[in-house]
Ligand binder design. Structure first.
Ligand SMILES: NC(=O)c1ccc[n+]([C@@H]2O[C@H](COP(=O)([O-])OP(=O)(O)OC[C@H]3O[C@@H](n4cnc5c(N)ncnc54)[C@H](O)[C@@H]3O)[C@@H](O)[C@H]2O)c1
Length: 460
């Protein structure tokens, strides 16, 4: 497998600079390229400010911040990227601009250099066609702010080789990211349900069901987030939401851009929020309004997620992780589905299907909502068991211990396996058991459940 040491990032804008910073922080040599040195200076200036703030907040020492900067060099010549093992493209979201950049990179980079695109909306397979060997091309979709947000969607194109996919997975972990894998469909996994979620909030407002502030407040409680959809659109830019939804319209009428979203995006102004984007309206939200907003928002999320499973865009575990890590939802859509139960999820999905005259997705089934947090891979004499729950530090719970037992049994019963390795995905391994489990059981006086859980852990 290709070992990645030197990484080129093309485009020193919002995403490229933050990607370069994060990778440099993790010890990689980074070459940041842009059209001219003034763009590089701007990008490096932003990185310097971020690192200074980190040093002030004592997240890192001044010496560490300086060492990060030393890992990054800037250039306005693509030929300087020749020494890279991986080049990540993060230029404007313009198909022709990307195609002509990839043509140029194709002729400059050595044959074994992996080429990745951070595109949000173009097909990885289509972009890959530009290079001589599409097997070395892959999608790596970072999330804003790329130096802080740990989520990374890895998108193999039709022709991406298994070695390149493996190298991308390994790189993601070494670069301090929590990767999820998605197929090459518009919106990949997270934007596919997140952007329609934003769009639905605009429709609810448009239909005069509630004010923007009330919609934000209900959503904050329902999804366990700090900012509702309107405050979020203001933070990341209303046009970004509009353009992203536009690229999803091909999936059918549920995805059609809300007229008011278009008007607002074209006005170039943020949404006017009476409380300046802060949550908590003064008077309590009337129960019937609260319930309509909840029903509408959940039905869109559940409908789209069920379509994601129909189309095999990504696994339930990865989809859930995408929301928790990338969007900071307290509970991901799959956890929300499990809480609602299959009957209610079915009702909500059918409601969305009827409202938007679309076919009901087939994957409204509990056996699809499996959040696997332990995996087993056998390679000859070696079995590798991976604790795959990087968003939970205390990842041992009744479910994961049961999955660990199953994986150990399978590995132990495999006659070819001589060694079992146990490791963790993401940066952390496992700090311990889920404290909430103990607290809840003590509160509910169910000490025997604690005893049987700890006994099974000891036995394991
Ligand atoms: N902004 C986000 O939240 C976000 C999130 C995920 C993915 N993305 C994707 O990341 C990419 C970059 O977005 P951004 O927001 O950082 O854009 P940006 O406008 O902030 O930066 C783009 C940079 O690319 C440079 N550039 C343009 N053409 C170039 C070329 N031919 N060669 C070298 N440099 C060139 C520009 O000078 C600019 O510095 C887009 O594909 C976007 O869809 C953006």
């Amino acid at each position: 497998m290709k070992v990645i040491k030197t990484v080129g990032v093309v485009g020193a804008g919002t995403m490229g600079a933050a990607i370069a910073q994060k990778i440099a922080q993790e010890g990689f040599d980074v070459i940041l390229a842009d059209r001219a040195m003034n763009y590089i200076e701007k990008g490096l200036g932003g990185i310097r400010t971020m690192l200074d703030e980190a040093a002030e907040r004592k997240v890192m020492t001044k010496e560490q911040a300086e060492a990060v900067l030393k890992n990054i060099s800037g250039t306005d010549k693509l030929s300087d990227l020749k020494s890279c093992d991986l080049v990540i493209e993060a230029i404007f979201e313009n198909f022709d601009a990307k195609v002509s950049l990839f043509r140029e990179l194709n002729s400059i980079l050595p044959g074994d250099c992996i080429i990745a695109s951070n595109t949000s909306s173009y097909s990885i397979g289509e972009l890959a066609r530009v290079v001589d060997r599409p097997s070395r091309f892959i999608g790596m979709h970072f999330f804003y702010h790329a130096a802080k947000n740990r989520l990374l969607e890895i998108i193999p194109g039709k022709e991406t080789s298994a070695e390149v996919l493996e190298a991308a997975r390994e790189f993601a972990i070494m670069a301090g990211k929590d990767p999820i894998e998605c197929s090459d469909r518009n919106g990949f996994a997270v934007n596919r349900f997140f952007v329609p979620w934003l769009n639905e909030s605009v429709r609810i407002f448009e239909e005069d069901i509630a004010s923007k502030e009330v919609i934000d407040e209900v959503c904050c409680k329902l999804f366990g987030i700090g900012m509702g959809p309107f405050a979020l659109m203001n933070a990341t830019g209303v046009p970004v939401a509009y353009h992203s939804e536009k690229t999803l319209e091909t999936f059918g009428s549920l995805y059609k851009v809300a007229p008011l979203l278009e008007v607002q995006a074209l006005s170039g102004k943020p949404w006017e929020l009476n409380n300046g984007g802060e949550q908590q309206s003064k008077s309590p939200v009337p129960a019937e309004v609260d319930s309509v907003i909840r029903e509408r928002m959940l039905s869109v999320v559940f409908f789209v997620c069920s379509q994601i499973f129909d189309e095999k865009v990504c696994s339930a575990a990865h989809l859930n992780r995408g929301a928790r890590i990338g969007l900071r939802w307290r509970k991901g859509p799959v956890e929300l589905m499990k809480i609602q139960g299959v009957k209610e999820v079915k009702r909500l999905v059918e409601l969305a299907a009827k409202r938007y005259r679309m076919d009901v997705p087939l994957s409204v089934k509990e056996d699809i909502w499996v959040i696997k947090t332990v995996s087993l891979a056998v390679n000859g004499e070696n079995a590798v068991i991976t604790m795959d729950d990087p968003e939970s530090m205390n990842a041992l719970n009744v479910d994961s211990v049961r999955q660990l037992e199953e994986c150990f049994d399978k590995a132990a019963n495999n006659p070819s396996v001589k060694t079992i390795f146990i490791t963790g995905s993401g940066k952390a391994f496992v700090a311990g058991a889920d404290i909430k489990f103990f607290v809840n059981n003590i509160k509910n006086k169910k000490i025997e459940d604690i005893e049987s859980f700890t006994a099974s852990g000891q036995a394991l």
